[in-house]
Design a protein around this ligand. Structure first.
Ligand code: ZN
Length: 79
């Protein structure tokens, strides 16, 4: 009878431990799915004058649909 009680206590402890682990795994998966993806890659363009590669958001575009790294190179035009 004493061993049966010990077995029941061990089984309950093991069940609670597994349930806690399962909840921790679910919580970590939910955190991974809710986490922001971070910064997205930006398209890179090349300066038509000097050949410098820079993010499209930082580049200056001209009327000829080319990209330039600065206003001086945009005024100088393609090389
Ligand atoms: Zn340039």
């Amino acid at each position: 009878m004493k061993y049966l009680l010990l077995l029941i206590v061990c089984w309950v402890g093991y069940t609670l431990w597994r349930q806690g682990r399962r909840e921790a795994i679910h919580a970590s998966h939910a955190r991974q799915q809710a986490a922001p993806k971070g910064r997205l890659p930006q398209p890179m363009v090349q300066c038509a004058h000097c050949g410098l590669h820079l993010p499209q958001a930082d580049a200056l575009s001209a009327a000829d649909h080319r990209y330039y790294c600065c206003d001086g190179h945009r005024k100088a035009g393609p090389k």
